[in-house]
Design a protein around this ligand. Structure first.
Ligand SMILES: [Zn+2]
Length: 161
């Protein structure tokens, strides 16, 4: 009887442990912990151009960004907090003058309705630091039909080794 009770207790213990582990993993995928910095702190770590674009929603001039024509294999990170945002495999030349991606890393890019400049657009920001990236349009290539139009100054590139 004692052995049976012990084995039941042990089973329950292992079941609850593995359950807790799965739960934690799911939470980390779903929830991105927000990185909060003061305006002065952002100014210190970003260049003036990065600061104006990431923190004040400015836009770099078309065809001037460092990643517009980049086709190397790797991953594009947030220029503010280094959070992974886009894979190079989703990057394509939209001809617009800004880097374009047909998809983002799920959950890492947040969408916000933007009614500024007399237009209704969907702004995209980094889910971790809320840094402005650009906008997403529905005129991209299949299968997503999306075009994430992003400022080079909002990104950093990490080459695939
Ligand atoms: Zn970020």
């Amino acid at each position: 009887m004692k052995t049976v009770t012990l084995s039941i207790i042990l089973t329950l213990y292992f079941v609850s442990c593995s359950f807790a582990q799965t739960k934690t993993m799911e939470d980390s995928i779903k929830k991105t912990e927000l990185l909060i910095k003061t305006d002065a702190e952002w100014k210190e770590i970003l260049t003036e151009e990065e600061y104006q674009i990431l923190r004040h929603k400015a836009t770099e001039r078309a065809f001037t960004g460092k990643y517009n024509k980049k086709h190397d294999q790797g991953i594009y990170l947030c220029g503010g907090c280094q959070y992974p945002l886009f894979y190079s495999s989703e990057k394509y030349d939209s001809g617009s003058g800004w880097p374009a991606y047909s998809d983002c890393i799920k959950g890492h890019v947040k969408e916000i309705i933007d009614n500024s400049h007399g237009m209704r657009r969907v702004e995209v920001v980094c889910a971790k630091c809320n840094g402005h990236l650009g906008h997403v349009f529905e005129d991209g290539p299949s299968p997503t039909g999306l075009r994430y139009c992003v400022n080079s100054a909002s990104l950093n590139f990490e080459e695939k080794k």
